[in-house]
Each structure stands twice: as C-alpha cells, then as structure tokens.
Design a protein around this ligand. Sequence first.
Ligand code: AMP
Length: 220
Amino acid sequence: MMQDLQQLTLALSKGRIFDETLPLLEAAGITVTENPETSRKLILATTNPHLRVIIVRASDVPTYVQYGAADFGVAGKDVLIEHGGEGLYQPIDLHIAHCRMSVAVRAGFDYVTAVRQGARLRVATKYVQIAREHFAAKGVHVDLIKLYGSMELAPLIGLSDAIVDLVSTGNTLRANNLVEVEHIMDISSRLVVNQAALKLKREALQPILQAFEQASARMA
Ligand code: AMP
C-alpha cells in the first residue's frame, strides 16, 4: 500500500477523551468539524485537510495505532497497560481524563483482615493485567474474574469479594454501597504514535505533537 505521507489519522474514543482532546487540537489550530455524539459518523473531518479523526472504542485505540490504521491516538494509561504497548511510541502524558485505579469492596467486608489472614480473594475486573501485578506485588493470592463492565455489581451479588476499577468522583461506588480500600495508581491519558509513522510522517506529525506537548504541559 502506498503511504500518503501527508494524510494523518488520529484515533480517539467518544466521551471524556474526545472532549478533553478538543482543546489540545485547538492549541494546534485544528477544529473537528463534526460532533460524533450527534452525527454518528466514525470518520470525522477537521479544519486541517491533512488530518482526520476516527472514533473507536477506548480499548481499541492502541490496536489501530499499533497496526498503522491510525498514525496516532489518545488512550488511558489503564488501556495501554492492558494492551501491552507493542509497536507504540508513547511520547506524552496529556494530563487529561484523570482518574485512579482502585480496589473496592462491599461496605462491611473486612478487606484488611482478609488480606492479613492470607485469605484467597475473588477479584472481578476488566483490568486483569493491572490487578494481577498489584496483588502479586503485595503477595496476595487472588482468583481473577474477567468482566467487561458493571464491575460494581460483582461484590453485591456474591460473584467476587473485591473489584479493581477506575474511580473518578467515587459516586458510582457510593451509590452501590462499595468502599475504596486501596489506591493502585493514578490514571491519565497518553498520546501514542505508530513507530513507522513517527519516522515516515515526521514532518506532518511534528507540529501537532509539539502543540499537544505545550498545551498539556500547561495542564500538568
Ligand atoms: P465515578 O462515579 O465518577 O467515580 O466514576 C466511576 C465510573 O466511571 C466507573 O464505572 C468507571 O469505570 C468509570 N470511569 C471513571 N473514570 C474513567 C475514565 N477516565 N475512563 C473510563 N472510565 C472511567
């Protein structure tokens, strides 16, 4: 396939990452001319004729960039750790979409004592890589149960003792009578760039990467 060295494709996910990347694009003098929430389009034009935005599922952003279907993308640190990061150059922490990865249990479950007594815990999560590393580092034996959403339900219904999930305001945990018992790591979104694109499309990419870097440094 002939590479068009001018055309750039940026992969974003709908919601917080899309919304919080818009000001960074504005800093590079670029406006996305369609709203994915209303247009339902998956390929969006911008005011820069050489840049288009594609809308993909958050956990698919690294895959599109890894295979060069997108030249660059924005993904959470959680998503990048779970993906593994092969084929991706990760130059910038954009300091957007901040939240934290935490362990939570049902209110009333004595997590500290369970861990101290060496109980084998059942942990439900979408983030198996992060959970596995966290509990291994603590020397806690766990059975991980992979879920794809609504993790908060698992301890309430007896599927697991604990969950590992993203927490932002804590409202979801509170609404479901769960309490945060461990903070695993802070999460923010990163820019990821396809390694081949970084070399072949350097001229087109460089000004955008630079503008992103400067704008995100102001938010740090
Ligand atoms: P909150 O109620 O504000 O603590 O948000 C928690 C819910 O939103 C959980 O279901 C999380 O999985 C999800 N969530 C929070 N922050 C993020 C984020 N940065 N990216 C993706 N999902 C998130």
